[in-house]
Design a protein around this ligand. Structure first.
Ligand SMILES: Cc1cc2nc3c(=O)[nH]c(=O)nc-3n(C[C@H](O)[C@H](O)[C@H](O)COP(=O)(O)OP(=O)(O)OC[C@H]3O[C@@H](n4cnc5c(N)ncnc54)[C@H](O)[C@@H]3O)c2cc1C
Ligand SMILES: NC(=O)c1ccc[n+]([C@@H]2O[C@H](COP(=O)([O-])OP(=O)(O)OC[C@H]3O[C@@H](n4cnc5c(N)ncnc54)[C@H](OP(=O)(O)O)[C@@H]3O)[C@@H](O)[C@H]2O)c1
Length: 246
């Protein structure tokens, strides 16, 4: 079912990357879930999923999106101005939520590329991760430094939870002070991230959530499997929970 979402605010992080704040009624949702945004393009309805960045209980809907070259919907989303409307699914969906993790662990690892940092921000805007885990570690990979959306808010989590929160950024296509200059998979394979943090990813201690580029998810899954971590399924609890964006 479709409802109406009206743009009330937008942030343009770069010339391609943007956040929209929308006035819309989507009911309750769990941090980590997504809604669909939709438009008619010619005769056809185009609908695409976007993770919610806002926290449950906020009186607005927030999404972070990138305009994909020749994409059917995302360039139209980028063109929306304040006051414009778009169709929105009236119920959020998705299983990449903290409720799906089989048990509390010592270390909660979030791995995101590009816009996939959004659902993790939504989770970090709630009390849940901070109550359930000794450490919350976000590893966030982008192409260019300017693509590090929400970086100020992420740094503010570090101020709020100095012992508990670790932020690792990776910028792959230029060098940037304070960020790794390699893919997050390469920095996991080499052990660099764990050495830097003094935290090992182990099946005993880690719950890992991975979101974004499908190949990154596949590659990281392989590396984690070598360390004994397995996919988390409802019928067979494990340590790895993923959401592919395409
Ligand atoms: C569960 C889920 C949640 C999602 N959440 C988000 C989100 O929060 N923000 C967001 O921007 N997108 C998100 N996506 C992707 C989004 O649904 C669309 O696929 C994207 O906006 C492109 O749509 P399009 O019609 O413009 O492109 P299409 O014409 O459908 O072209 C799709 C192609 O664009 C590329 N692509 C798609 N999404 C991305 C992306 N985010 N980053 C880089 N390349 C991409 C891929 O090459 C893909 O094959 C999510 C997808 C899923 C399945
Ligand atoms: N000016 C433009 O036209 C412009 C600019 C930016 C984005 N875009 C559009 O935006 C889309 C998405 O760009 P994005 O930068 O948000 O997302 P992205 O292509 O998913 O890149 C985000 C990060 O993921 C990394 N990555 C990719 N594959 C990986 C893998 N297998 N393992 C580990 N890391 C991996 C990238 O590293 P690498 O750098 O090594 O690939 C980059 O650091 C593009 O498809 C493009 O259409 C356009």
């Amino acid at each position: 079912m479709w409802g109406e979402a009206k743009v009330i605010e937008r942030i343009d992080w770069t010339d391609k990357l943007f956040s929209l704040k929308l006035e819309a009624d989507i009911g309750d949702f769990i941090a980590g879930q997504f809604i669909k945004l939709s438009q008619h393009v010619g005769e056809k309805r185009i609908a695409r999923a976007y993770s919610l960045v806002n926290a449950p209980g906020d009186d607005f809907v927030e999404v972070l999106a990138v305009s994909v070259e020749d994409g059917l919907l995302s360039p139209n989303l980028q063109a929306l101005k304040i006051g414009d409307s778009i169709d929105i699914s009236t119920k959020a969906a998705g299983f990449m939520t903290l409720d799906e993790l089989p048990h509390d662990g010592r270390h909660l690892w979030f791995f995101a590329t590009g816009t996939a940092v959004g659902p993790f921000i939504s989770m970090m805007r709630t009390e849940q991760p901070w109550h359930r885990f000794d450490k919350v570690i976000l590893v966030y990979g982008v192409r260019y430094a300017e693509d590090l959306a929400y970086i100020d808010e992420l740094k503010s989590f570090k101020q709020k939870y100095p012992q508990q929160f670790e932020l690792v950024t990776s910028v792959t296509r230029e060098s940037c002070d304070g960020s790794l200059n390699k893919r997050i998979t390469d920095a996991i394979e080499s052990g660099e991230i764990e050495d830097q943090l003094g935290v090992k990813i182990t099946a005993e201690d880690a719950q890992v959530m991975i979101c974004g580029h499908p190949q990154m998810i596949t590659d990281l899954n392989e590396l984690l499997k070598e360390r004994g971590l397995v996919k988390n399924l409802r019928r067979a609890p494990g340590q790895i929970t993923v959401e592919k964006y395409w």
